[in-house]
Design a protein around this ligand. Structure first.
Ligand code: ADP
Ligand code: MG
Length: 696
């Protein structure tokens, strides 16, 4: 694929290791810091400036400030003992400046600072005793080069082991060979925003003159952010168009299975559920492929909606699959669906990769010959040997945990199978439009009527004794408690250690009432623990975040979250949704370790004051940005380089409309602007999308 990259971009896609003057060690650091190619260095933006334009006389140089001074070298004063500094006395007509060096090499210093000659030095001025000093000047150059350093210097984020000079050299080197690319942005739009060309924008970003130029809303930065957003939106739209173009199949009403199921439920569907179901059924009936996202807070009843949609497939003699991210969840959904399905005479199976060989073989066989109508499973569902007789609907639960690719892979199991993705992480509208613009969306805005709001309290960890007292009271009744331990993303083992020690602790207070569940446990054991919790043989279930997704224990009514300040808002909201499902009133205790930053405090307060997942998600987006909100890694959310979610939301929407318009006018991107846009797509490494353009 890379072979098709236009020649003009070749220089930007040379490996940083191949750059002149960059050895393997440095290459490693650069790769770690910015990325593998020169272009990644271009996207590595400065985060500060040093102003070296200030050029006072020695007498006027203020302590603590960076200054560039013209001085004459008076005398070298080597240290009497090695650990003392080497000093070079310099002066101008107003006073003396002492340059101070530790671990100095005399020969070198005498070469760059010859006695009796004038030099330009730049660095931070410090007063020591009554001396004016400069410790390790950043620059020492000859007079004729004064202009080169008497400027504003960009400061870059670094990584350990890498210093400024080689980084700046590498970036400068790349900027020097920056090609002039044909403009891909609409000229009226550029003018309206007063944005520079792509090349100028990059040069400006890397040569800031004022602090304000470092802000995300500086014109050059906005332009580059918009480029990236447009590339992303174009890519998504192209994929979406090609997906849509794939012929779907019409799965309409047939028989009474679906109706029977609805009337067999002990409750009425909420209005939201009815609306969402209708939207889904309309899509299924259309002869094009459905790509729809069903969003709803935890407990809003998505599973039932999905089940009903699956029954529509079943009544047409086709199959449906429900894919979930964890095994526990697969079992849970299986249990939920099993009873009503059996009543309706629909055959359901489970496939998680944990089954014994023999039963797995049987499931595979029955999927192939069509004896099984609905299958529920994990990633195991998209293995090669899973062959469906006739898969018409794929439902993916908690989709942000699956990448886009996995999602599409499962879709490919059925010929033109409809696809419904469900998520309990409410996604703010802007993000929805951008990150998931390849999906239509239905939202469950209301909860089933019997649901009681969860009372949330924010408590410092130091009051844990009181919390335990409270639990003792509650456990005298028929309370059940989820106790979630701190999340430390990098290490499941540390998570486990924390959970285990909390378990021990709680066992002291509540003998024989505490169970532990975590990600490292064998599945049979997890199930055993879940079962005893479900059957109320244990009252407190300590866990790492494995319970986060979907688990339904109707009588659990207290949720304790330790180190709540470490969780994302939406994540806590999801956890909290685990309680409040039954008859009794329920509560959520957010334990935090003081001191809280003001940001953390506002975040926890949002949770205390709101039970609305969509609102919480909007707030979370404002406070943390999108990557963290959805967890960039799992989200399938593009890992933007130049985009700042807080500042560039408006641009996101514009890019989306722009992309739509572009593809309406020039769907193959063959016009003049289209060609330039192809370069843009390559620039942001959307090579595979260009494949789609060719083949579609
Ligand atoms: P979600 O998947 O959105 O978290 P579920 O589909 O698991 O929610 O539903 C949560 C609980 O609410 C389940 O026990 C389900 O049986 C129940 N439920 C679903 N829809 C309704 C309804 N309309 N009225 C009452 N209870 C409902
Ligand atoms: Mg669910």
């Amino acid at each position: 694929m890379t072979l098709m990259r236009p020649k003009i971009l070749f220089s930007l896609f040379t490996g940083v290791r191949g750059l002149p003057g960059i050895g393997p060690r440095l290459g490693n650091f650069l790769e770690k810091l910015a990325g593998p190619n020169s272009i990644d260095l271009c996207w590595h933006f400065p985060n500060g400036i040093i102003d070296r334009r200030f050029s006072p006389k020695i007498k006027e140089a203020p302590s603590g400030k960076v200054a560039t001074l013209i001085i004459e070298v008076i005398e070298h004063v080597p240290p009497r003992v090695k650990r003392l500094p080497y000093k070079v006395l310099c002066g101008d007509e107003t006073g003396v400046l002492t340059l101070v060096f530790f671990h100095a090499e005399r020969d070198y210093l005498e070469k760059i600072l010859p006695s009796g000659e004038k030099r330009v030095v730049s660095g931070k001025i410090e007063f020591f005793k009554d001396q004016v000093q400069m410790l390790h000047p950043d620059h020492i150059v000859e007079l004729k080069k004064a202009n080169e350093i008497q400027t504003v210097e960009a400061i870059y984020p670094l990584t350990t082991g890498l210093t400024f000079k080689p980084l700046i050299k590498a970036i400068k080197g790349t900027l020097e060979i920056l090609p002039e690319l044909n403009e891909w942005q609409d000229s009226a739009w550029l003018n309206k925003n007063a944005w520079p060309s792509w090349r100028k924008a990059l040069l400006q970003v890397h040569n800031p003159k004022e602090i304000s130029e470092l802000l995300p809303n500086a014109p050059a930065r906005e332009r580059l952010a918009y480029d990236e957003l447009l590339a992303d939106q174009l890519a998504l739209s192209i994929v979406r168009l090609s997906e849509k173009r794939k012929v779907g199949r019409s799965v309409g009403p047939k028989g009474t299975l679906l109706q029977n199921a609805i009337s067999s439920f002990p409750y009425k569907l909420t209005n939201s559920q009815e609306n969402a179901l209708e939207e889904i059924l309309i899509d299924m009936k259309k002869p094009i492929r459905m790509l729809r996202m069903l969003q709803g807070d935890v407990g809003s009843g998505k599973t039932i909606v999905a089940f009903l949609a699956m029954l529509r497939a079943v009544e047409n003699g086709t199959q449906a699959a429900l894919m979930v991210p964890t095994e526990i969840l697969a079992r849970q959904h299986f249990q939920t669906i099993l009873t009503p399905s059996e009543k309706l005479g629909v055959k359901v199976a489970i496939l998680t990769g944990q089954e014994k060989r023999k039963s797995r073989d049987r499931v595979l066989q029955d999927l192939k010959n069509g004896a099984i109508s609905i299958v529920i499973g994990t990633h195991a569902l998209f293995q090669k040997d899973v062959i469906f007789n006739d898969l018409a609907l794929t439902v993916v639960d908690e989709q942000h945990r699956f990448g886009v690719h996995q999602r599409l892979m499962l879709a490919d199991k059925g010929s033109a199978a409809d696809m419904l993705v469900m998520t309990a992480t409410p996604i703010p509208r802007t993000l929805m439009l951008c990150a998931y613009s390849d999906l239509d969306s239905s939202r469950l805005l209301e909860k089933p009527k019997n649901r009681k709001p969860v009372e949330t309290r924010v408590v410092p960890l130091s009051k844990i004794d009181q919390v335990i007292e409270r639990l003792k009271q509650a456990l005298k009744g028929d309370a059940q408690v989820f106790w979630v331990c701190p999340l430390i993303e990098e290490s499941e083992l540390i998570n486990l250690a924390a959970a285990t020690s909390r378990e021990d602790d709680l066992k002291q207070h509540f003998p024989a009432q505490v169970g532990l569940i975590h990600g490292q446990m064998k599945s049979a054991e997890k199930q055993r623990v879940m079962k005893s919790f479900l059957e109320r043989r244990i009252k407190i279930l300590v866990s790492t975040t494995v319970i986060e997704v979907g688990v339904d224990i109707p009588h659990a009514n207290i949720m304790v979250i330790e180190h709540a300040e470490r969780f994302g808002l939406s994540q806590i909201h999801q956890l909290r949704g685990r309680v409040g499902r039954g008859e009794t009133s329920s509560s959520c205790l957010l334990l935090y370790a003081p001191p809280l930053t003001s940001n953390s405090r506002s975040r926890l307060n949002i949770l205390r004051n709101s039970n609305d997942g969509f609102q919480i998600a909007e707030e979370d987006l404002k406070l943390r940005g999108a990557g963290e909100l959805l967890g960039t890694k799992q989200s399938g959310l593009p890992n933007f380089k130049n985009v700042d979610f807080k500042s560039h939301q408006g641009l996101m929407l514009a890019a989306r409309d722009d992309a739509k318009l572009i593809l309406e006018r020039d769907p193959k991107l063959t016009g003049e602007r289209g060609k330039a846009l192809r370069v843009l797509l390559y620039l942001f490494e959307k090579d595979s999308v260009i494949q789609t353009l060719r083949s579609g």
